[in-house]
Structure formats: C-alpha cells, structure tokens
Design a protein around this ligand. Sequence first.
Ligand code: SF4
Ligand code: SF4
Length: 389
Amino acid sequence: MTGFASYTPLPEFDLWRALEAKGAVASCEIELTARCNNDCRHCYINAPAADRAARAAELTLDEIVGLADQAVEMGVLWCTLSGGEPLLRGDFADIYLALKKRGLLVSLFTNACLIRPQHVELFRAYPPRDVEVTIYGATRETYERVTRAPGSFDAFLRGVELLEAGGIGARYKATVMRSNLHEADAMASFGKAHTKDYFRFDPLLHLRYDGDAGRNADICAERLTPDEIVAVEQADPQRAAAVRDECRKVDFVAPSSEHVPLFRCDVAQSFVIGHEGSLRLCSSLWHPDFVADLRKERLADAWRRLAAAAVAARVDDAAFLSSCGPCAIADLCLWCPAHAYLEHGSLTAFVDEFCATAHARVEAGAAADDTSAPDQHSSVAEPPCEPNS
Ligand code: SF4
Ligand code: SF4
C-alpha cells in the first residue's frame, strides 16, 4: 500500500539498516487461514469459519514450521501472523511457539473476538512483538452491521478486556467505511483509550483476491467517496500532518517517462506466505507472474525468482507512461500494480477512484500548508494524470 496510508515502521535499529543495505529480507507475513469467525462486508479474503475446502487447503503445522526454518535461513527476523482470523486455527499456540523458538519476533493481527485466557497466558510467557486489533464499530449495532456476525461485538469487547487484564499491550486500527463512518470519531476514541501504542485507521478498501463479483459489489458499496476519505483524514491531526508532510515531499517536476519501473515501492523487501502455501511479494499482489507455490518450490528460490522479476519489470504501455508511471503524486495514491490488478485485471490499469482520492488529498494537504508557495499550489492542482479508461 502507499506510504502513509498503512505505514508500519520498523523500530530504528542499526540492524534493520544493515540488513536493508545487504539486500536481505528481514520480515514476512504468514496468513494462517482465510477463514474467519466474522463475515465483514469489506473483507478481501474471508471464507466461513467452517469452510471445509478452505480448511483442507491450509498449510499444516509441519509445513509452517518448515517454511519458518527456511525463512530464518534467509535472514528473516520478524514475522506477522494474519488471516482471515489466525486464532481460528486450533494449533495456533503450537505455530506461535514454534516461531518464537526459532527466535523470530512475532506480531499478530486479530479481530480479538476469539481471544481466550490461554492466549493471554501464552503471550505473557512468550511475549509477541505486538498485537494489532481491528475495530469495526463503536456500538453493537454498527460493529455487527459490518461483521454480519451476531454476538461479535460482545466477543470483541471480551477479547480486549482479556488482553488488558493480562497486561498484553495492543494497538488498534479501525477500518472506516460507509456502514461505520458515523462512528469514526467514536472508534478513534476507543482505540486511543485502549492503547499505549498507536491507533490508526484505514479508509481505503481493496477488492477480493478471488475476484468474487458479489463480494466485490459489497466492498464497492462500502467505499467512501474521495471527499469523505479526505474529510476523515483531515479530522485526525496525525493523519492530516502525514498528508501535509507527504505533499511537501512531492517532486512537482514529473520524472522522465523512459524506462519506468512497474513497481515503485519496496516490493522485494518482504514476502507473504499465503494460507494455501502460495508465496507473494506483498499481501495485495495476486498477479500470477508474482505468485509461487511453496509446496513445489523452496522459499528462497521462489522469493529470489519473484523479487528479481519485480525489480526488473519495466513498462512500455503508452497509457501508463502518461499517467501512473511517472506520476509525481503516486505516494499519495492507493494506486500500485497490485491494486490495479485487483481492480481491473491489469498491473498497469488506471483506477479513477484512486486518482480522485490522491488529487483530493493533495489539495487538502496543500490547503492546510500555510508555508507552501503559491506556484506550488497551482502545480498541486494539476498532477500529471491522463486517465486511460
Ligand atoms: S474480521 Fe478481518 S478477516 Fe475476518 S471477515 Fe472481518 S475483515 Fe475479514
Ligand atoms: S496518475 Fe492518478 S491514479 Fe495514477 S498514481 Fe497518479 S494520482 Fe494515482
């Protein structure tokens, strides 16, 4: 995802910088399952908790341990466990302990609904690097309108209480959408009141990895308009400052459009092990050219192959070269090859909604920035962008 929209910084350790300088991969994510106890309207991955096919396709404990060993050999230090809902796995504790015993820092992304006293005991004995809990609403009505799971709000509150009572620090994230926009402030207050770490929110919803048309329609119905997204961001002082700072970094002279790389992000610095044994370079990148099967290929070999392909990828598509390729405000945009592929089936597709949101962000950031020169403002209003759809 784009820089400030979902940026989770590593701590400032010399070790990270040394690894980065060596081109080593220091972090990864393992999706333990696509299944979830909730059925959120906006979810890009979930299958029902009892889905037999999804369960049968999941990596086994032994497979996960084997891949963790390979990851450690590659130099990985930090692993995030995600899903679906990772706590749905009956062998979650075994997986968690196996990763900890290999010396990995382990983070957990969870909806908190399935937190039980035994998880708290496990985390007290073997602390996670962090636990990130997602909030879907500040009231039962709104939360369960999003999750479509009766009883989930009480389960969420119980999970939060258990973590707090056990002294397991969590940080919070809210996904803001049409169904809970009216509780954006209340969700922020909840998140900030329950963490000593940070609260963040994400108003950008991306489409299903499996292309399910009905579910994608649900997601589109939940998307906020560009103006609504900007209003939510500007109402949050930290996020507004991040937008303003990102605007200040924009180089308003568009880069040369010759030899434009497809990926402008750090796509080859991490990887995701999918619930069904796939390897992807990031959680959103599902294009078959950048997906490997770890049941058929060793992790390091697959990662090197995909990373080399991503770094080498160049674009000669004329429409892309006059729009997103050389775009000066790309860091303020959700556009990236992975999201373009999910939206329109092409890694270079233009996405109107993303573009409108990026422009609205730039205008809001510039308007809030008293120190910007007037001529910069006029450039901000017209970034290089020629829609090709
Ligand atoms: S809780 Fe998370 S994984 Fe589960 S359905 Fe909701 S968004 Fe998807
Ligand atoms: S041209 Fe528009 S859609 Fe493409 S990266 Fe720039 S702002 Fe985003």
